[in-house]
Design a protein around this ligand. Structure first.
Ligand code: FES
Ligand code: FES
Length: 160
């Protein structure tokens, strides 16, 4: 199988890797690079557990070929905390009990981060829409929605 050279940044760190042609970004991140924060749920684009941010946009890593990521800036949930301090979204998820088994949580947080990056003061409907591609089998969604709204408020207070 052909090996494809790919250079990219992952959570700000430069990477240069060879990936087998056809390798999904999800498998590349988890199996080759060792970042297991994106989760493999459905592997067919329906659960959102594998969500990452590529060049500022929410993407499903199970449907993204690693070889298409040359030059990309990739962010995963692993890259959100800084110096051991949780990102406001991570803190809000913990405080709101918005994570139970935790399988959906990294994807939810990626989707929420893209929302807040583009819409710092979202409505509840904005949050519901932004998370509509992410499935959670545990929480009933309400704690997750509240966590995202809390993180947005926390961000705006910090910016004030
Ligand atoms: S694993 Fe990618 S959408 Fe479910
Ligand atoms: S916390 Fe278990 S799937 Fe969401």
């Amino acid at each position: 199988m052909a090996k494809i050279p790919v250079q990219f940044t992952l959570n700000g760190a430069e990477k240069a890797e060879f990936f087998d042609s056809g390798t999904t970004l999800l498998n590349a991140l988890r199996d080759k690079i060792g970042d297991t924060s994106p989760k493999g749920g459905c592997h067919q684009g329906t659960c959102g557990a594998c969500s990452v941010i590529i060049d500022g946009e929410l993407r499903l890593s199970c449907l993204t070929l690693a070889e298409t990521c040359n030059g990309a800036a990739i962010t995963t949930t692993s890259g959100l905390s800084q110096g051991g301090v949780l990102h406001p979204l991570q803190r809000a998820f913990l405080d709101a009990f918005a994570t139970q088994c935790g399988f959906c949580t990294p994807g939810m947080i990626m989707a929420a981060k893209v929302l807040l990056d583009h819409t710092p003061d979202p409505s509840r409907d904005d949050v519901v829409e932004a998370l509509s591609g992410n499935i959670c089998r545990c929480t009933g969604y309400e704690p997750i929605i509240q966590a995202v709204l809390t993180a947005a408020r926390s961000n705006s207070q910090n910016a004030a």
